[in-house]
Design a protein. Structure first.
Length: 344
């Protein structure tokens, strides 16, 4: 292995471990300063972190999947919550875990395709269309449940095991596989990149934009459907009572997708998204250990987001600045070494 290859692999390894390790060390210091023990490998802590990471990563993959192709879709949170309610409703009438899982995925894809159909039909910006779609999908929750109580799968051992380690790795694996296969191994994925980079030129060479949009939304709906199943078995379900109530489900998990897109210069963005989700989960766990309340958690989350946006936005300039000072230090060391050698 030559020096260039070693640097390349070194950057890939650093991209995977630096961010979660840095946050872990920071929380370790803060916990120790407050007389608390912070150990992610004690008891069931590590598996609990993996469970939370898997759900967050799936939501972030669904967000990032559209972001990387130039769209931001506000309806993802509504799709997750509504598919969770639909799956719980079917489970309450006797559907087993496997059937409920398939139903969540199928309805996630269906709702996402409805969103894409509205988008390609009216040619209104996706940010506007997806807001309208979110309103529409949220109204479905009341129609589905009616006056009945919403079934709670989180307390049912026949279903909630899919949200626990090791079974939770199945939906995570399926979501990552769909993301990677579409992005790197399908014609539609290559066409999506061309449409993102130069829409007019891509259409002129014969790419069917409508067909590509449907396929792209089917994949993101598949990922959101997987996240919906996990949402159903990890959260208390309730009918959506206020407009855009589900937006929090989306925005509270957006940072890992931004991390994934940033780290895509070194590693695949799907792995980068998982790294981002793991980092946020470790941060939250550390704050729980210290005893930080929900309000301060939001402050820490916002602080992390602000720092990350700043660093990622000025990453090239930061690296150039550090390289400049590194060269100065190297030059000074070399100069000092030459002086010492001539003196001797």
């Amino acid at each position: 292995m030559n020096k260039q290859q070693a640097q390349k692999y070194g950057k890939k390894i650093a991209a995977v471990v630096v961010l979660p390790l840095l946050v872990y060390l920071i929380m370790l210091i803060i916990s120790a300063a407050n007389g608390k023990s912070f150990n992610v490998f004690s008891g069931n802590t590590f598996t609990n972190i993996l469970e939370k990471t898997a759900y967050m990563a799936l939501v972030a993959l669904g967000i990032g999947f559209q972001l990387k192709y130039g769209r931001f879709d506000f309806s993802g949170g509504a799709i997750i919550v509504v598919t969770a309610i639909i799956g719980a409703k079917f489970a309450s009438v006797g559907a087993n875990l496997f059937v409920t899982f398939i139903i969540c995925v199928a309805f996630g894809m269906l709702l996402s395709l409805i969103n894409s159909l509205i988008y390609v039909s009216f040619r209104v910006p996706i940010s506007v269309i997806s807001l309208a779609a979110a309103y529409l999908f949220e109204s479905f929750s009341g129609l589905i449940v009616g006056t009945d109580a919403v079934p709670q799968l989180a307390f049912d051992p026949a279903y909630n095991k899919i949200g626990m380690f090791p079974l939770i790795l199945i939906p995570l694996f399926l979501g990552i596989t769909a993301y990677v296969v579409y992005s790197h191994f399908t014609v539609a994925g290559k066409q999506s990149r061309l449409l993102r980079e130069n829409q007019k030129a891509a259409v002129n060479i014969g790419i069917n934009e409508k067909k590509n949009t449907f396929i792209c939304y089917a994949v993101s709906g598949f990922i959101f459907g997987l996240a919906g199943m996990l949402y159903a078995v990890q959260n208390t379900l309730a009918k959506v009572s206020t407009p855009l109530e589900t937006a929090g489900t989306l925005f509270s998990n957006i940072v890992p997708s931004l991390v994934g897109l940033f780290l895509s210069r070194y590693i695949d963005d799907s792995l980068g998204t998982f790294v981002g989700a793991l980092t946020i989960t470790v941060l939250y766990y550390g704050l729980d250990v210290v005893g930080v309340g929900s309000g301060m958690k939001t402050v820490w989350y916002s602080l992390f987001l602000a720092i990350f946006i700043f660093v990622s936005g000025f990453w090239t300039q930061i690296m150039m600045y550090l390289q400049k000072w590194l060269n100065i230090i190297k030059g000074k060391i070399k100069k000092d070494s030459g002086i010492n050698a001539s003196t001797n």
